[in-house]
Ligand binder design. Structure first.
Ligand code: DC
Length: 221
């Protein structure tokens, strides 16, 4: 997709369960863009920490992050850490529990942001996460902040977990989302917030297709 002769960059942020990854993936397919799941990269660093038992030795972890290679394949569907496919490992309950504390370390963020900026340097990309519109691609052609009520986000996550046969309750999923929101928005470095010039999209009560069509419409306009 070209925008005024240049390859378009779409940056998208929003809280857990707002639909970012599903929406961004579909927009990428429709517009022929590269899809960048930035959260997957922080999850990969968490897997690295677990592999080397450096969850609490942050200095050592920073060294490992500087030396590691994180790569995507299949337009973001697969992620590799030092050439090994860790696509399943990044979604385990242990990673879910640890990732926010690893993602708040500024030196780790610096390395990962640099990597993301390299991936997006040529444009033709839709990237989603928590700081894509504010830190990683503040000059993106389109900046979108996706949100939904906490109850709706919990319901979506609960349905997803049920389909994966994960034994949990709606209440505990809602609690987990509230805790994650608190961590994501209150951390010192690159907290989740809407960029001033981001287009705000509330997905409560909207289908994925409605949100995708809205975004494609803005970009194609
Ligand atoms: O979107 P996700 O659940 O895969 O994100 C995993 C964690 O990484 C979550 O705690 C937020 C954090 N994250 C971040 O700090 N910055 C990003 N750009 C993306 C995710």
């Amino acid at each position: 997709m070209d925008k005024l002769g240049e390859r378009v960059t779409i940056a998208m942020d929003g809280p857990a369960g707002s639909g970012k990854s599903t929406v961004a993936r579909r927009v990428a397919e429709k517009l022929g863009l590269l899809y960048l799941d930035s959260g997957a990269m922080y999850r990969a660093v968490t897997v690295l920490a677990i592999q080397h038992k450096t969850q609490t030795n942050i200095d050592k972890l920073i060294e490992l992050v500087k030396a590691c290679e994180i790569a995507f394949d299949d337009n973001g569907k697969k992620i590799f850490l030092n050439s090994s496919n860790i696509s399943d490992q990044i979604r385990t309950p242990e990673v879910n529990r640890l990732v926010a504390d690893i993602a708040k370390v500024p030196e780790i963020r610096k390395e990962i942001v640099r990597h993301q900026q390299k991936i997006g340097a040529g444009g033709g990309i839709i990237a989603e996460g928590r700081d894509l519109t504010t830190v990683v691609f503040p000059h993106a052609d389109f900046k979108i902040y996706l949100d939904a009520s906490v109850q709706e986000r919990a319901k979506r996550r609960f349905t997803e977990l049920q389909s994966q046969n994960v034994d949990t309750t709606l209440d505990s999923v809602e609690d987990e989302i509230r805790t994650r929101d608190e961590k994501d928005t209150s951390r010192e470095h690159s907290p989740l917030r809407a960029a001033e010039d981001a287009i705000q999209v509330d997905t409560t009560g909207k289908s994925i297709d409605e949100v995708v069509d809205f975004i494609v419409g803005i970009v194609a306009d």
